[in-house]
Design a protein. Structure first.
Lengths: 494, 170
């Protein structure tokens, strides 16, 4: 870890981390633009970079992208990212009461604490988990992928059936191309362009950036609240740490553990922490009217969720969210396989991610503290110009993958598919993660079946795989069970 | 059309699209040779996914046909509703024509670069100006700023690509 930190403090790495964090904060502060969109768009730029530089840039963007959302959430009641929705509940009322500086200061402080606590979990748990994961064979990996997909579908908002359909469709789109096991084309329907399949990057840019731009174009211009740049210093005192410390620690732990679970994300972590903070508060009636603890709980948890989500990514190669799926794509581009072997084969990358996450949080604190009033003004940029610039970057980014316009057309097609899925209320998370995980699932399943000579019951002799499968099927049953329990509780209350 | 009916029609369209996809998977899988050295072979996953997609699509279609009931097994709780309400764009006020216009502009832009070999700087400037017009830039000063941004952006991207990556776009 110390070596990774030393490498990170080399001028080029630090510069990329600084640029990534700054860019992330700016993009995160702009409503409609998200960290995952930024990372997907930056990915083509990392092709020619050193892997450590690339990873530091992307981690900086991730941390900055989630943190930046609090600025517009507090000042304009427009959450820059979905993770900051909860911050609007109390942050905006505080701003209306003339306490914008205080809300921003608490939000930034909470974000950093959340990030640092989850970093401790990330640094402490990852090497041990990776060591355990080294004992995994094909059955375990297949069961793990199944577990991730089922949990993602079960915990996605809305219909379970639609989330499962999204995952299955995502997996189906990953099938065309050359089947490397037998060296024969599959599902290409005579189109030579499909021999190498659909590229990860055009699919990601299309499904996220293009579909989001198309949605943004249709959205009416949102009325913003009275906007005033914070003009004083950001007031925060040592006593605030004592006052909000328990809330921050509790929300950090909640955020980290929720981040660990595939598919839930920072917004749910923030919401749960907010609800628990309200339950623990002596003044629950003040929540939603400008309560400081509300801002602290939400911002601590959404940042802590990043560290939690990075744990399964680097230890097992399983993405917890769409952003991690894109990060897996980034590592794959550099011929790095995320998973337990990353700690053995490329320790500079595994520990580099952990170290970059720590330093990105500190840089985020410095950058946001010093530039918050200027970043807030960016949200006022005309939407037409902003969407146009992003659209051009999408086209150029997709083209740059193989210098081919086929990839650009694929990007547009997946943009339309993404939009249609969202209109049909099919969550995009399971779709994209299904696309990313399908090759791993197929490879591991085929290897498992070869090892066991076609005997499916061989999985019963693998305790880890069995546990994963039990969790996977329990996750599928969870929505029905929780609905039943909620009904019973309501009946009892009546 | 009221909202439940709209949802039911949307679900039927989704199910139809998914069934077409499943059909393509079965068709593609039927053209693959049987496995020779392994138990599963190339056609196994397409077939498994084809079955899954068909079953899920039929469940969605049945739900839509039987009165447009929501398929959500999850009991909506107040908290997730709060997030959903804050997150979702206001569909009633959405302007679908803008989406179609932006998509059409994007397709024309890529076709101009790919098929008609229009110079990148010119195509990008026109795209930016068109987007400004579609997305309702009322002030002339803002429209000019967006146009100039387009030129500068295109020049910068072209410079980086040609100078450092030796790639010509378009």
């Amino acid at each position: 870890m110390l070596d990774a930190l030393l490498v990170l403090f080399q001028v080029d790495n630090l510069l990329f981390l600084l640029c990534g964090t700054a860019l992330g904060i700016v993009v995160g502060a702009i409503p409609g633009l998200t960290a995952s969109m930024l990372i997907a768009l930056t990915l083509p730029l990392t092709f020619h970079m050193d892997p450590v530089n690339a990873v530091t840039l992307l981690i900086g963007e991730y941390v900055g992208g989630i943190s930046g959302g609090l600025i517009t959430a507090i000042l304009l009641r427009m959450p820059g990212t979905p993770s900051s929705i909860v911050t609007t509940f109390d942050g905006y009322p505080m701003a209306q009461q003339g306490k914008a500086e205080r809300a921003l200061a608490l939000g930034i402080m909470a974000s950093v604490v959340g990030g640092l606590v989850s970093w401790a979990f990330l640094a402490g748990m990852s090497p041990t988990l990776a060591h355990v994961a080294l004992q995994f064979g094909p059955w375990e990996y297949f069961a793990l992928v199944l577990m991730a997909l089922f949990m993602l579908a079960a915990l996605a908002s809305g219909s379970l059936v639609k989330a499962l359909l999204g995952a299955a469709l995502g997996m189906a789109f990953a099938l065309p191309g050359i089947d490397s096991s037998v060296g024969r084309d599959r599902l290409t329907f005579g189109f030579d362009s499909l021999l190498s399949g659909f590229g990860l990057l055009p699919v990601l840019i299309g499904a996220f950036a293009i579909s989001q731009i198309l949605r943004e174009a249709a959205a009416p211009a949102k009325a913003t609240g009275p906007f005033r740049l914070p003009d004083r210093h950001l007031p925060v005192h040592v006593s605030d740490i004592r006052r909000h410390g328990p809330n921050m620690m509790r929300s950090s732990v909640i955020g980290t553990w929720i981040g660990l679970l595939p598919g839930i994300g920072g917004n749910v972590a923030a919401l749960i922490s907010y609800s628990i903070a309200r339950q623990f508060s002596r003044n629950p009636e003040r929540f939603g009217k400008g309560e400081e603890a509300g801002v602290v709980a939400g911002e601590t948890a959404n940042n802590a969720a990043i560290g939690g989500a990075l744990i399964p990514l680097i230890t097992m190669g399983i993405p917890g969210s769409v952003t991690e799926a894109i990060l897996i794509g980034a590592l794959t581009i550099h011929n790095l396989q995320p998973g337990p072997l990353l700690f053995q084969n490329s320790p500079e990358i595994a520990y580099g991610i952990i170290a970059a996450y720590l330093v990105a949080n500190i840089l985020m604190l410095i950058l946001m503290w010093s530039t918050v009033r200027y970043i807030a003004a960016i949200a006022q940029i005309p939407r037409a110009g902003l969407l146009g610039v992003i659209l051009v970057f999408c086209v150029v980014g997709s083209f740059a993958v193989n210098n081919s316009f086929f990839d650009v057309w694929v990007m547009i097609a997946f943009g339309v598919i993404g939009l249609c899925l969202e209109l049909a209320k099919v969550p995009l998370g399971p779709f994209v993660i299904g696309f990313v995980l399908a090759p791993i699932a197929e490879e591991q399943l085929r290897a498992s079946m070869m090892m066991s000579d076609g005997d499916v019951t061989a999985v019963l002799q693998r305790p880890f795989a069995l546990v994963f499968l039990v969790i996977a099927f329990a996750a599928l049953l969870w929505p029905a069970v929780s609905a039943h329990l909620a009904k019973r509780v309501r009946r009892t209350a009546e | 059309m009221n909202q439940p009916r709209k949802t039911a029609v949307g679900d039927l369209l989704l199910a139809a699209g998914a069934l077409i996809g499943a059909g393509l998977l079965f068709w593609g899988a039927s053209e693959l040779p049987p496995p020779r050295f392994e138990p599963l072979g190339s056609a196994a996953l397409p077939r498994i996914l084809g079955v899954c997609i068909t079953v899920l699509a039929l469940i969605i279609a049945a739900g839509a046909a039987l009165g447009g009931k929501r398929h959500s097994i999850q009991e909506p709780d107040a908290a997730s509703d709060e997030v959903a309400a804050a997150d979702a764009s206001d569909l009633s006020a959405a302007r679908p024509l803008q989406t179609i216009a932006v998509l059409a502009a994007l397709i024309v832009y890529v076709a101009a670069l790919d098929v008609f070999r229009v110079p990148f700087v010119l195509a990008t400037t026109i795209l930016m100006a068109a987007l400004g017009a579609f997305l309702g830039v009322a002030r002339l000063r803002t429209a000019i700023t967006i146009g100039i941004t387009g030129v500068l952006l295109a020049l910068a991207i072209q410079f980086v690509f040609e100078r450092y990556l030796y790639v010509t776009i378009g």
